[in-house]
Design a binder for this molecule. Structure first.
Ligand code: PMP
Length: 758
């Protein structure tokens, strides 16, 4: 609108004489500051629509209601000459709604560095306003349904595809799912009323250290009361390093005016996350639609920063903080001892528990795990949640398919061939048949049966310290088990060969692989019977993260094949891009196996395993009895498996494993120079081992390794130990692990190693 046109409207409709006019920035409408001789006003114009007219009418009614007791805290609607508060006028040929409000003096909270006392008074101020609004009723506001109302958070889901960075998108998706679980079920029973619904730093005004007013009632809605404070908490906290402390100050002030109930407090962690997600979703959409408009993305950066801080906070701890802020007692949880006792009542103590001080877990997200006491652990250990704990895409795939169809492979459904095709596309052409089962153990078991069926031989050649699972056959082929102190010993059909370890083994340096292969050759020569299969992991996990010596498999595979056996690669630990340079571990050794065993990461925690093999071997197996697995290859597992492959690709997780893994290994290698008790740093991508030794020797140092593992646990970092003397630190985190996470682990290790006195 031209300045002249504006003046004409102000004179004609409100009776102004020569007002001064200044255009202001607005989110969705145009605002002007209007100054006449005595007063300042805000003049607002909006493109006319009937629904907007109704909302603005409601907004004016609310402001007039507040004006009854208003002492200058809220804008007051100013009537037109015709006594109405809204009017449609034609400006530049278009129908516009016009309205005038009193101007509130003050400084925006966003323009100053505030103290905690101000944060608290924001809460008190909002509480007082909400008391005034408590009995106010309006059917238009009750019917209002749009994206900026947290009770309709799900409406923002449609904006997810506009978030370009896939890991950012997953974070937001995660909070959508958490909202569904933790908030949505309570929506029907929460107390509701009209609330301002947008107490951000650009709507709140200060005079000195006092909150003097709130403007912009454009987001008014009838909603759960707790949303009011949740939103204010979000905006006070989102640009601060310690968001929780600031959020608590607002909460305290609000609770002093309007005491909140425990079930409302319990939602705050998720409501705050939901508000941040609403902000980034709308910003992503607006950026795509209006790349030229920077106003809409104003709070986006802060919101992202806080989302990444928020996910590091254990919801249990946040809830405890909120509860103590309002003076509620925190519920007493059972002690770890109680939990252990309860577990051991009906579960065997043969199931071990990690750490001297076991961890009672309550939740997890991406590379974090949350315990029941409120601590957040950085997970530098668990490789089963390959693409991240509770990854929303995997969760969504499982939830959806569980609700539609879950059956067995005796019926036809598309997901089975679809997943098989996608999975096999990751393998060399010769590996073109897949058998789905539910664990790595079941896969090992089946692999050995198939090898025997194909070769008509019985002997299985295994590598020292190898582990392949918990069934009878898998134990038989796992030196790690049968040869342990309580193991049942080596069965007659097993041939065990040396672990081709270049750090502590019989051969080191270049040529070690060939020497180890020669040893196996002599073993084969001594053996009267031929070998059906040779099985090995590309990097032996339980043996202490030991990569098979270079060239070893290149020499061994032809030897095994020549005498009529097949070669099996156990990729349960090393598969699916973890190694960074390669999607499968066998690729790092430049060989193609005849059979591959899959498990752990395949379903990100959903139990799936598989044997992948050649047409020929499958054909031999088909001559025997039918193979059936009740759960193997069911539609839910296939949907989950597909989603895992998709996330790996979408989020560039193999590349991340390479970039972060290289950086991590470099830092650990540098640490090795400082601490002579680190004997070796080995592995690839995000599958690393740190061999702890007596300084300057290759002698294992069990005690120090255990001290480090438990010390890291006390510092809220999860890592484990393995190897024959349990003296190798194993780190194999979810692939969303970052360089900052790696730094955190290395710094903690450095401190512990420096502190250790023996
Ligand atoms: N193979 C390897 C290399 C493993 O590490 C494991 C499990 N640790 C298995 C097989 C057995 O897998 P699951 O526990 O799923 O049966």
């Amino acid at each position: 609108m031209t300045a002249l046109g504006l003046k004409e409207v102000l004179q004609g409709e409100y009776g102004f004489q020569a007002p001064e006019i200044k255009k202001l920035v607005g989110y969705a409408n145009t605002n002007y500051l209007v100054v006449n001789k005595t007063h300042r006003f805000i003049f607002k114009t909006y493109q006319y629509t009937k629904p907007l007219w109704d909302i603005l009418t409601a907004e004016n009614t609310v402001l007039l209601h507040l004006a009854k007791t208003n002492t200058g805290d809220y804008p007051v609607p100013i009537p037109l000459l015709d006594s109405n508060y809204l009017k449609v006028v034609v400006i530049d040929g278009k129908k516009n709604i016009i309205r005038l409000l009193s101007f509130l003096e003050g400084t925006f909270v966003g323009d100053v560095t505030i103290a905690k006392t101000i944060a608290k008074s924001i809460g008190t101020f909002l509480g007082k306003m909400d008391i005034q609004l408590e009995k106010f009723d309006d059917y238009v506001l009750k019917a209002r349904t749009w994206e900026w109302d947290l009770q309709h958070f799900h409406l923002n889901k449609k904006f997810l595809p506009f978030i370009e960075n896939r890991r950012n998108r997953s974070l937001v998706h995660y909070f959508f799912q958490q909202y569904e679980i933790h908030v949505a079920p309570f929506l029907p029973v929460l107390r509701k009323q009209v609330i301002h619904n947008d107490a951000n730093e650009w709507n709140l005004l200060l005079k000195g250290a006092r909150v003097s007013g709130i403007i912009d009632f454009g987001d008014l809605t009838y909603a759960p009361l707790v949303n009011e404070v949740a939103i204010a908490m979000t905006y006070i906290a989102y640009d601060k390093d310690k968001p929780l402390v600031w959020a608590c100050s607002v909460l305290q002030g609000y609770h002093d005016s309007v005491p909140l109930k425990e079930d409302e407090i319990a939602l705050l962690y998720y409501l705050i996350a939901a508000r941040l997600c609403t902000s980034v979703c709308n910003a992503a959409y607006a950026k795509r639609m209006h790349p030229e408009n920077s106003y809409v993305a104003v709070s986006e950066e802060n919101a992202w920063a806080m989302l990444y801080r928020w996910i590091k906070l254990n919801p249990v701890m946040v809830n405890q903080e909120f509860r103590s802020t309002v003076g509620s007692k925190n519920q007493k949880k059972g002690t770890t001892d109680d939990l252990l006792k309860r577990r051991q009542k009906h579960l065997s103590s043969i199931l071990s528990v990690s750490y001297m001080k076991p961890i009672p877990m309550s939740g997890s997200a991406f590379q974090y795990m949350y315990d029941q006491e409120g601590n957040t652990f950085l997970d530098a250990y668990n490789n089963i949640p390959h693409v991240g704990h509770c990854h929303p895409k995997v969760v969504a795939a499982a939830q959806k398919q569980m609700s539609v169809l879950n059956t067995n492979t005796r019926y036809l459904y598309d997901l089975l061939p679809e997943y098989a095709e996608k999975l096999l596309s990751k393998f060399p052409k010769s590996l073109n048949k897949v058998f789905f089962v539910n664990s790595g153990s079941a896969a090992s078991d089946l692999a050995i049966r198939m090898a025997k069926a194909h070769t008509k031989k019985e002997k299985i050649c295994v590598v020292e310290h190898g582990y392949h699972g918990n069934t009878q056959i898998s134990i038989d082929i796992s030196d790690y088990k049968f040869n342990s102190a309580k193991g049942q010993g080596q069965k007659d059909y097993i041939i065990k060969t040396k672990l081709p370890d270049t750090f502590r083994g019989a051969y080191t340096g270049s040529g070690a692989g060939a020497h180890y292969a020669d040893d196996l050759k002599s073993l084969i020569a001594k053996n009267t019977e031929q070998i059906a299969a040779f099985i090995a992991e590309p990097i032996v996990g339980c043996g202490g993260q030991i990569p098979l010596a270079p060239d070893y498999l290149k020499k061994v595979y032809p030897m095994i094949r020549e005498q009529g056996g097949i070669c099996i690669s156990d990729e349960v630990q090393t598969g699916f891009g973890r190694l960074g340079d390669h999607f499968w571990g066998f690729e790092m050794h430049g060989v193609i196996p005849d059979m591959v065993i899959l498990g752990k990461p395949m379903g990100n925690g959903h139990p799936i395993g598989a044997v992948v093999t050649t047409d020929e071997i499958a054909a031999s197996f088909e001559k025997g009895v039918e193979f059936f697995s009740s759960f193997g290859g069911n539609p839910v597992s296939c949907a989950v498996g597909l989603s895992v492959l998709e996330v790996i690709a979408e989020e560039g997780l193999q590349q991340n494993a390479k970039a972060v893994g290289d950086y991590y290994k470099e830092m650990l290698t540098a640490l090795q120079k400082k601490h002579k008790t680190i004997g070796d740093v080995r592995g690839s991508g995000l599958f690393l081992g740190i061999d702890i030794v007596h300084a300057g020797t290759t002698n294992t140092h069990h005690k120090l390794a255990q001290y480090l593992k438990n010390g890291l646990r006390q510092r809220h970092i999860l890592i484990s130990t393995d190897g024959p003397d349990d003296s190798v630190l194993k780190t194999k985190p979810p692939l969303c692990f970052t360089k900052t996470d790696a730094e955190q682990v290395v710094e903690a290790l450095d401190k512990l190693l420096s502190e250790y006195t023996g």
